[in-house]
Write a protein that binds this ligand. Sequence first.
Ligand code: SAM
Length: 213
Amino acid sequence: MPSTLRDAWTSRVQVEDYEAHMAAIGQAQANAAHMAEFLARVGEPGARILIAGAGTGQMFDYLPPGAFDSHRGVFADINPRFLARLRRRNPGALCVADDLEASALTGPFHAAAVVLVLEHIQWRKGLDTLAALDPRYLFLVLQRNPEGMTTAVSPTRVLPASMQNLGGQHPELVDKNEAATHLQRLGYALIEEWPRNVPDSKVMLGLLFERVP
Ligand SMILES: C[S@@+](CC[C@H](N)C(=O)[O-])C[C@H]1O[C@@H](n2cnc3c(N)ncnc32)[C@H](O)[C@@H]1O
């Protein structure tokens, strides 16, 4: 059976490799800044906030201490090893192994954030799952490449061993307009857009959606 991106994320990608790569390309830092902005914009005391595909919690290295303290954060990922790393960084964090393509979580959430995850899954299914959890706000961070760069990873970057040839498939970029159209059908309107430039002329594109009343 051919290996898949799912296999790679579930069992092959090593925590240290992933984190070293993300820090080297400046995306870990940029996305932590996105998360801080998201929390400042939509967070309210006691709000239940889902971070889907939370990974290893690398963002905590760059967020101000206690950034989630006044919220009820739920950190979900398909990879329990990643969540174990997250919990070591933030022992109080509520972590759940969960598949964004077929979630066992129960809504509602005040807000949900999905940072660089849709590129690695069947993204329409992921958005359907998120909408079913009924968050008022939905925050996506999508990768946008410079014109002409078709691969998610820059051709000039050498990936760490455990991330090479991710399951024989490349992650696929998700088009902002296609995501927004899909979410519109699910009852969400795009209300804000926050682009953050990162190395290799890429952009971490933050997109804030709100459920239409
Ligand atoms: C590129 S990483 C992003 C991690 C984190 N959001 C960050 O910004 O560092 C993709 C993450 O999605 C997770 N993932 C992949 N497929 C998933 C699925 N079907 N359900 C939930 N998480 C998934 C991976 O384990 C990994 O942590």
